[in-house]
Design a protein around this ligand. Structure first.
Ligand SMILES: *Cc1c(COP(=O)(O)O)cnc(C)c1O
Length: 432
């Protein structure tokens, strides 16, 4: 693999950007090689600046569920740009977007647009605190809710990849208001409610955890959270920034049939542009300024280009339900192929998969259901697997603690090549 241009340009970037990247996991640090810089992408394929072609499973970390540079989305952005790119005044596009989200997401009656998932979770927490007049929040180890201070406690994703689950710069006072329970451990949540009666504003959870690798909620876990929060007067927040519009049209809440009080969204709703949103019960959302006293604002929130791209993506997903059954089939096909390869090569690994999300965990264990189990994986083995995959033309997230994202654009040929590349990489791992 020739990556001379990427190496040169990365060395150049490091001089003017901290670590050479604008988001940490992009740096490939945990897999011990310099990142490839991307030139362009189309459908399921992505090309680096040395001209190497890959089948892309990073999918911009989730947003590109319809594939890259989808014609309808590019056209919507182009047409909207010609009318001006930002006004700082309301537009009909924003209402259209809100109506689509309300139609698609079962528990959302009213929704506020922001510019990232981080902003969505941060604002939802402020709203939950304002609504309940309580300060504390329960989150789960290995769940990632963006980089706001309150959530950088035992966080997943990049924080987990770099072994800094608790970032310097988060004050002790902030950390003290964030209570952490193990994922899938209802008893731990019940104990926290007992220990902090009438202090807990909300429980925030990734309804399927996708930031410590993919970890599925066990039977009864989400239902249990619904019951505990109701019993103790706290709000239940589903962070559906990854799962929303991906696991089903109406996200994990539709798939599992659980109605949270608030939902945070991002990634897919922007159609590839920077967007986040939070919404839920109308009586709670009405507490937001200017309807109510909880303040939250944004100069570029509801930006026309982002709305146009998002509306186009969501409309395609809303009107073509068969996309979800097709994505499920593709996810299952990859998982089955990988599991067969694992069994036949004897590599110690397991595959967690749900719909279009999947993770190959390099572990001796026979299940990964929590942060603790995920953290025991062999990250050096993953790093070798990652490099072999890249050399075989498969672009995976450069961390053991992330998912592969399958998109509508992945073809039968892409999947077969990916399963063959997985086979070859696993085989080489046993030869080492
Ligand atoms: C990506 C992610 C976020 C943060 O979204 P950004 O747009 O990166 O700020 C929050 N929650 C979850 C579950 C995510 O996967």
């Amino acid at each position: 693999m020739n990556n001379t241009n990427s190496i040169r340009e990365y060395q150049r970037a490091v001089k003017s950007i901290p670590g050479g990247v604008n988001s940490p996991v992009r740096a490939f640090k945990s897999v011990g090689m310099p990142p490839v810089l991307i030139d362009r992408a189309k459908g399921s394929k992505i090309w680096d600046i040395d001209g190497n072609e890959y089948i892309d499973f990073v999918s911009s970390w989730g947003p590109m569920i319809l594939g890259h540079a989808r014609e309808e989305i590019v056209e919507a952005i182009r047409k909207t740009a010609e009318k001006g790119t930002s006004f700082g005044a309301p537009t009909m596009l924003e209402t259209q977007m809100a109506e689509l989200i309300v139609e698609m997401m079962p528990s959302v009656e009213s929704v506020r647009m922001v510019n990232s998932g981080t902003e969505a979770t941060m604002s939802a927490l402020r709203l939950a605190r304002g609504f309940t007049k309580r300060d504390k929040v329960i989150k789960f180890a290995g769940n990632y809710h963006g980089h706001a201070d309150s959530f950088l406690i035992n966080a997943g994703s990049g924080a987990m990849t770099f072994g800094v689950p608790n970032s310097p710069g988060v004050t002790k006072a902030t950390a003290a208001d964030t209570l952490v329970a193990p994922y899938n451990d209802l008893q731990a949540v019940a104990d926290l409610f007992t220990a902090h009666a009438d202090e807990i504003a909300a429980v925030i959870v990734e309804p399927a955890a996708a930031n410590m690798g993919l970890v599925l909620p066990q039977e009864g876990f989400l239902q249990g959270l619904r019951e505990l929060t109701q019993k103790h007067g706290a709000l239940l927040i589903f962070d559906e920034v990854i799962t929303g519009f991906r696991l089903a049209r109406g996200g994990a809440q539709e798939l599992y049939g659980i109605m949270p009080d608030l939902t945070t969204m991002g990634k897919i709703i922007g159609g590839g542009l920077p967007v986040g949103a939070y919404g839920g019960r109308k009586d709670i959302m009405e507490k937001l300024a200017p309807a109510g006293p909880v303040y939250q604002a944004g100069t570029l929130s509801g930006n026309p280009l982002a709305m146009a791209a998002g509306i186009t993506a969501l409309t395609i997903l809303n009107e073509n339900h068969e996309i979800y059954s097709a994505l499920d089939k593709k996810g299952q096909q990859l998982a089955a192929g990988f599991r067969k390869n694992i069994a036949e090569t004897g590599v110690k690994a397991i595959v967690n998969q749900l719909g279009s999300l999947l993770t190959v965990f390099f572990t001796n264990a026979d299940q990964v259901t929590s942060y603790q189990e995920a953290a025991q994986c062999d990250t050096e083995q993953f790093a070798r697997y990652f490099k072999l995959s890249l050399e075989n033309g498969i672009y995976l997230a450069p961390s053991q603690f992330e998912c592969a994202f399958v998109s509508e654009a992945h073809s039968e040929d892409d999947l077969n090549k990916t399963i063959a590349a997985n086979r070859s990489a696993l085989q080489q791992l046993t030869d080492l």
